[in-house]
Write a protein that binds this ligand. Structure first.
Ligand code: PMV
Length: 303
């Protein structure tokens, strides 16, 4: 059995596709889990049934991984997932990484983390067209990262608490990224200026995270959200979630991931999280909190 966690993008989504830095955090409370057995059949368990589109994507992913590793697919794979698919918590990268890790274990391939990450990146290309690589990297290494093609770990001093609210609308990352590329190609000056501002925010956020400066992190999240609005990737519901979060003592709030749906994340004090969850629950069906702890210690996941 092999597991892979989820993730949130804290700063720099979209800009990271244009070779600007991004910051992502692992979400170790939700995960995808795959087990391989000896016969050829795919089965899926857990609390939800996959729709046809998801099944097709899964089969494509499995075929791709086996063919890239030059293996014959003669195993039975069993999937369990507590990560909502297409919710912005990195379900596609998490699925790819749990699959690669399990195939690695089962066939005793001895792949390194770097090799797993590189193959997961190629898997991401199937579904996202032009991924930055931030999702597969943070999920492979399970630590906060500052990512700019290459990456550095960010050492947190203390736990960070976030409230996450889902809009209920699945973001189509591939389409949103290619729509933005179209706009970028028609006005490079405007979009490079926005990406430059996001880059500065992300760089300042790295230091703020290392210093556990919650006010500054929150402030930078708000600024990043405004720039994402200017990129045209927010939505009225995401903006409303942010407003409600700020009215309820969040340090900062922004959309996370591709946008136009998916999740809003708000940085909060632990003591304020339950109240914010209650307020957001009036308009979102899925609101929960996560805690991202300093991960300088060994990972809590076994694979
Ligand atoms: O939709 P998500 O949560 O996988 O996030 C996509 C983030 C983008 O920056 C928009 C795309 C990318 O590949 O980094």
């Amino acid at each position: 059995m092999a597991k892979a966690c989820g993730k949130i993008i804290l700063f720099g989504e979209h800009a990271v596709v244009y070779n600007r830095p991004g910051i992502a955090l692992p979400v170790l409370t939700y995960f995808t889990e795959i087990s391989a057995y000896d016969s050829k059949e795919f089965s899926c368990c857990g609390d939800r049934v996959l729709d046809d589109d998801e099944k097709i994507k899964l089969n494509q992913l499995i075929e791709f991984v086996f063919s890239e590793l030059k293996l014959k697919n003669n195993v039975h794979l069993h999937l369990e997932s507590s990560l909502p698919i297409s919710s912005g918590l990195g379900s596609s990268a998490s699925l790819a990484i749990s699959l690669i890790r399990e195939v690695n274990n089962y066939f005793k391939l001895d792949l390194s983390k770097q090799e797993i990450n590189e193959l997961a990146f190629r898997c991401e290309k199937i579904f996202h067209g032009n991924p930055s690589g931030i999702d597969n990297t943070v999920i492979t290494y399970e630590k906060p990262i500052y990512y700019n093609k290459d990456f550095k770990f960010i050492k947190l001093k203390k736990p960070l608490y976030f409230v996450i609210a889902n809009t209920g609308k699945k973001p189509d990352t591939k389409t949103i990224v290619s729509e933005l590329k179209f706009k970028y190609d028609n006005d490079k000056e405007k979009y490079n200026q926005i990406f430059q501002e996001i880059e500065e925010i992300t760089n300042n956020a790295k230091t703020a995270l290392e210093n556990h400066d919650l006010n500054l992190i929150g402030n930078l999240m708000n600024k990043n959200h405004k720039l994402l609005q200017e990129l045209g990737v927010s939505s009225p519901m995401l903006d409303l979630f942010c407003e409600i979060s700020l009215q309820n003592n969040a340090y900062g709030a922004k959309l996370s991931g591709a946008g136009k749906g998916g999740n809003m994340i708000a940085l909060v004090d632990e003591k304020n999280k339950d109240n914010l969850i209650k307020e957001l629950s009036h308009i979102s069906k899925e609101v929960f909190s996560i805690c991202v702890r300093p991960t300088n210690l060994n990972s809590i996941l076994k694979y």
